[in-house]
Design a protein around this ligand. Structure first.
Ligand code: IPE
Ligand code: MG
Length: 229
C-alpha cells in the first residue's frame, strides 16, 4: 500500500490525511478480494524501516491502526474475515498490540478470507529470526542441518501455514519490493499500478486479477510442459 503521502500532498493536506484516506483502499481491496473468492490477503501496512519516519507520523499511524481496527472489527467479523498480523509485534505500542490481539482472537474462527496485516514487518527481519530459530533447534539437537529444506524454512517464517502469494500488487508507481515477503514471493506474479493507495478501488484489483489470469505461470518449466499438464 503505497502513495498515501503523495495523495495528501496532491490534495494540499497533511500526510496523515493521506493515511486516513488509505483506509478506503483497504476496504476496497478486502471487499474486492472477498467478491473474487480470494482467500488470503496480506497488506504491508508498516515496515521495520517505517519506524524511522518522523515520530509524529509514526504515532499518528499507530493511532489510526487502533481506531480503524476498533471501528471495523464488528463488520469484519460479520463478514467472516479472519484477522491476523505478522511482524515484530512486540515493538508496537501496548494499546495497539492489545487491540490487535483482541481482534485476532475474536475473529480466529472465521473462514471466508484471512486478512493479514504486516506490521513492523520486514522480510530480512523475518529471515534472520528464522535462521536464529533453526540454529537454536539444531544446537539443541532437535534439527539435523541436513533436514533443512524449503518446508522447514517456510514453517519457521512468520507466514507459517499460509500459502505463498500468487499476486503481489504495489501501488503508486514504485517498482520495488521493499523488503516484503522475499522468500514467499519467489514465484509470485508482480503487478504495478500508478494509482495512489487512497485511490485504489475494487476495479483496480479486478484489473490486476484479470491480468494475472492471462499470464502463463511456468515455475521454471517450458510453455509446452505447462500446456500439457
Ligand atoms: C504508504 O504510503 C503508507 C505507509 C507506508 C504507512 P506512504 O506514506 O509511503 O506514501 P508516500 O510514499 O509518501 O507517497
Ligand atoms: Mg511510500
Amino acid at each position: 500500500m503505497d502513495g498515501n503521502g503523495r495523495w495528501a500532498e496532491q490534495h494540499g493536506e497533511a500526510r496523515i490525511v493521506g493515511h486516513m484516506n488509505g483506509v478506503q483502499g483497504v476496504r476496497e481491496a478486502l471487499t474486492g478480494c472477498t467478491e473474487a473468492g480470494v482467500r488470503w490477503l496480506t497488506l504491508y501496512a508498516f515496515s521495520t524501516e517505517n519506524w524511522n519516519r518522523p515520530q509524529a507520523e509514526v504515532e499518528a499511524l499507530m493511532d489510526l491502526l487502533v481506531r480503524t481496527v476498533v471501528n471495523e472489527i464488528d463488520e469484519l467479523h460479520q463478514n467472516s474475515v479472519r484477522l491476523r498480523a505478522i511482524g515484530d509485534l512486540d515493538s508496537l505500542p501496548a494499546n495497539c498490540r492489545a487491540t490487535l490481539d483482541e481482534a485476532i482472537a475474536r475473529t480466529a474462527g472465521n473462514t471466508r478470507i484471512t486478512l493479514t496485516l504486516a506490521l513492523s514487518y520486514s522480510a530480512r527481519w523475518e529471515i534472520i529470526r528464522m535462521a536464529k530459530r533453526l540454529a537454536g533447534e539444531a544446537r539443541a539437537g532437535r534439527l539435523a542441518p541436513d533436514a533443512i529444506d524449503e518446508k522447514v524454512v517456510s514453517d519457521a517464517l512468520a507466514t507459517s501455514g499460509m500459502p505463498d502469494p500468487e499476486l503481489l500488487i504495489r501501488t503508486s508507481g514504485e517498482q520495488r519490493v521493499s523488503n516484503f515477503l522475499l522468500w514467499q514471493i519467489a514465484y509470485a506474479e508482480l503487478w504495478f499500478t500508478p494509482v495512489l493507495w487512497p485511490d485504489f478501488r475494487k476495479e483496480h484489483l479486478f484489473q490486476a486479477i484479470l491480468d494475472y489470469q492471462g499470464r502463463e505461470r511456468r515455475f521454471g518449466k517450458t510453455s509446452q510442459q505447462v500446456a500439457t499438464r
